[in-house]
Design a binder for this molecule. Structure first.
Ligand SMILES: *Cc1c(COP(=O)(O)O)cnc(C)c1O
Length: 378
């Protein structure tokens, strides 16, 4: 099955019993047992729910893994994955990971004795140098947020394998439509399904897929024990959004390439970050490991004042956190999504005050270009 077909026919299609072509919403907490311990596959909805199960089967197939899991948010998904580790373990993470991922490692999981080091994972040698005796996992985001840095997932997985480490990839930006980290050697892939997978800014959810039965059993044990599961309504809503992921991603890609062309020629724009550009430092790796470059673009307008003026003047780019939805969004990472990262660390990473990040939506691209044009005119 190809991807667009899989999005519609993958997982569990409709309802066997009634012929309904959409999976029913099993809004239920518990299930009748025919005798003590004698149930029909479901006992309690934290452990398993048929609507959530359909979603978990779908993401498992899309990421070509062994088992899928749905959580109440991307951060709940990441928390569950980190619970696979033990006190005293060390994790190496991409240095410009999502702000919330940085926060949970440095403000929450550190209190439980899980150590984290943030490194430039685009540079394989840096990773090798930073592996310690207690390192247990590599956590990679690629492309990153907001600088669209790319890590070579195949090379990194090889290093992890050679050193007995788990490779965990946050695949939120690419989605399984464009990139499948498990096929490149990763062990675990996770998503903030709040973004492209849901695609309509109406649901918060997280998904995980693992490539091995033992990891699957361990993660199910954690999911059931810690309980951060996605409810049946939201599971259904997410599946509804995912049916159109393919056509949405194709269209995001088309709109984005036109906007990038416009920005490249604009004199007010000093720097553009987009993996689809040939002058992106890892363009070749992006091309090798992904089928598309995505709909996220960052660009520098030189100063906080100019960035704020652009934000004030745009009509179709909504000022909001988040990304990956039908409507175009705009943000200034230094003031918004990355505000939880200390200022000196932001400067180190290159997240300047004049950096604007856009999530290109599905409006008519001519309107989007005209809108940016008038906003940049100042
Ligand atoms: C949004 C996001 C998260 C967190 O997901 P939530 O659904 O908001 O909890 C994690 N990683 C990336 C790359 C994100 O964009």
């Amino acid at each position: 099955m190809r991807k667009k077909t899989q999005l519609i026919h993958g997982g569990i299609f409709g309802d066997e019993k009634t012929g309904a072509v959409s999976v029913p919403i099993y809004q239920v907490s518990t299930f009748k047992q025919d005798g003590p311990g004698d149930h029909r596959g479901y006992e309690y909805s934290r452990t398993g729910n048929p609507t959530r199960h359909a979603l978990e089967e779908l993401i498992k197939e899309l990421e070509e893994g062994k088992r899928g899991f749905a959580f109440g948010s991307g951060m709940a998904a990441m928390t569950a994955v980190m619970m696979l580790l033990n006190q005293g373990d060390h994790v190496l993470l991409t240095d410009d990971v999502y702000g919330g991922s940085f926060r949970i490692m440095t403000k929450v999981l550190n209190r439980f004795g899980i150590e984290a080091t943030f490194v430039n994972t685009s540079d394989i040698h840096t990773i090798e140098k930073e592996i310690k005796s207690n390192t247990k996992a590599l956590f990679i985001e690629s492309p990153t947020n907001p600088l669209l840095k790319i890590t070579d997932l195949e090379s990194v997985s090889k290093i992890a394998n050679a050193n007995g480490l788990l490779t965990i990839v946050d695949n939120t930006f690419s989605t399984p439509y464009w990139q499948n980290p498990l096929n490149l050697g990763a062990d675990i892939v996770l998503h903030s399904a709040t973004k492209y997978l849901g695609g309509h800014s109406d649901v918060v959810a997280g998904l995980v897929v693992v490539n091995d039965e033992k990891l699957g059993n361990d993660l199910h044990f954690i999911q059931n024990s810690t309980g951060g599961v996605l409810g049946p309504q939201d599971s259904w809503l997410l599946m509804r959004g995912m049916k159109t992921l393919g056509i949405r991603m194709e269209e995001h890609e088309k709109n984005t390439s036109q906007i990038v062309r416009f920005l490249t020629e604009h004199k007010e724009v000093s720097k553009i970050y987009y993996p689809g550009l040939e002058n992106h430092p890892n363009h070749d790796i992006a091309k090798k490991q992904s089928r598309g470059f995505g709909g996220m673009v960052s660009f520098d307008v030189g100063s906080a004042e100019k960035a704020e003026r652009v934000l004030e003047k745009v009509k179709y780019f909504t000022l909001a956190e988040s990304l990956g939805a039908v409507e175009s969004l705009i943000s200034v990472p230094a003031l918004m999504t990355h505000a939880s990262i200390p200022a000196d660390r932001r400067a180190e990473l290159g997240i300047t005050d004049g950096l604007i990040r856009i999530s290109v939506g599905l409006e008519d691209v001519e309107d989007l270009v005209e809108d940016l044009e008038q906003a940049l005119r100042g």
